[in-house]
Design a protein around this ligand. Sequence first.
Ligand SMILES: [Zn+2]
Length: 449
Amino acid sequence: MSCLRDSIRQIGPSLQELIEAIENASTLTLLILSAWRLVRVLAVRIVEEVLIERAQRPTQWTECPKCGKRLHSKGFVPRQITSVIGTIRWKRRVGRCPHGCAIGQIAPLDNALGLLPHQRTSVELQRLGCLLAIFVPFETVSVLLNCLISVQVSGTSVWHWVQKSGQKAMDCLHRQLAELSSGQLPQMETLDEAVSVLPLLIGADGVMVPFRPEGGKGRTEWREVKVAVLARLGRRSKSNAPQLHQRRLVAVLGKIDALRPRLWLEALRQGVLTAAQVVWLSDGGTGFWGLYTACFAFYAIGILDFYHAAQNLWKGARAWLDGRSKKARQWFASARHRLRHGETNEVLSDISSALKLDGLPETARKALKNLYEYLNTHQYHIQYQKFKELGLPIGSGMVESACKWLIQQRFKGVGMRWSETGFNHLLHLRLAWVNGRFEELFALEDSPN
Ligand SMILES: [Zn+2]
């Protein structure tokens, strides 16, 4: 009956022990765990067997890149790689220049296998480590890898993998930005037909991140990361609550000017030029509204976050009518209600009448003037009644939470402080993940090297 176990048993005494452990397992859990141990040992053996076979084949020696002389074999040299199935060991021929040029050892089999000279872990293990590092600290990744697949790697190794693949993601972005600035438009991402008819929502926000000061010692420096979200705005079929599809994030540690080309690149990919409706949703940050005016005003309806507008109304009411008074609360409630229902002009006329009052204290005058200017500047962005009729959101909560999630969840843990380079690498890896471009960074598909 048990021909599979019998044939495995015959391979060698070490496997026999593993088979016995399976047969003696009393509980299902022990049964599964001992079978898993056997599977890993077998997997390593099979890979090693194939590698040893390939190493025996005749080697095509290339020429020395320095002097052009054909390389000579120096015999078989061991190599090992840590992988998701365990450590794989084999020997392969290495060659040297017969003239002694300083080109190191060349191993044609390594090249054929896609191995780099100093690589000690396989790409699928690095991918797994990077994937975990997107969500949890490097040291935790090391613990998880040990728990999940019994592979021992240090947090430092994981950190190195993240630097490498994060840099790859950044290089790719810089290439795309260079192409865009030379006039080449990026390819639009393919969308399901049902999603492609939905409005494209764009919004941006700033999130603070703790950095190590230069030199590493001293107080934490908080720096702002600009984050933007792009998504198609749909509705849940049952509750009719808003739902984001095809969510894409853009982020940069730097000024608005650095965010602008990145956001525009992503907006083109998400169909800003062809979407039936484009909506810009943001709170009062002047930098972001400047970006809206510069890039998106032509394509998008701009919506100022209603709660932010209401907050400013309250600031005005408090300065004008004394925040503790009933009158202040009454005016605020009525102004907020009128703002919500499209009666902006009446609110503005209330404010301009108040500004004409004799004996208005200077601080109150200043606050009211600011409020008037604020509402006047944003008059097209506060037509809340109209936005509601169009089925558009008037609060930027969705934008803010998407932006905060990107940063908060990973970069603001207890005691975390980042270097600029380390932050950027992990940020771009995290962006690659949320934007569905993570796999492109790891060559797991079969491709000629
Ligand atoms: Zn040479």
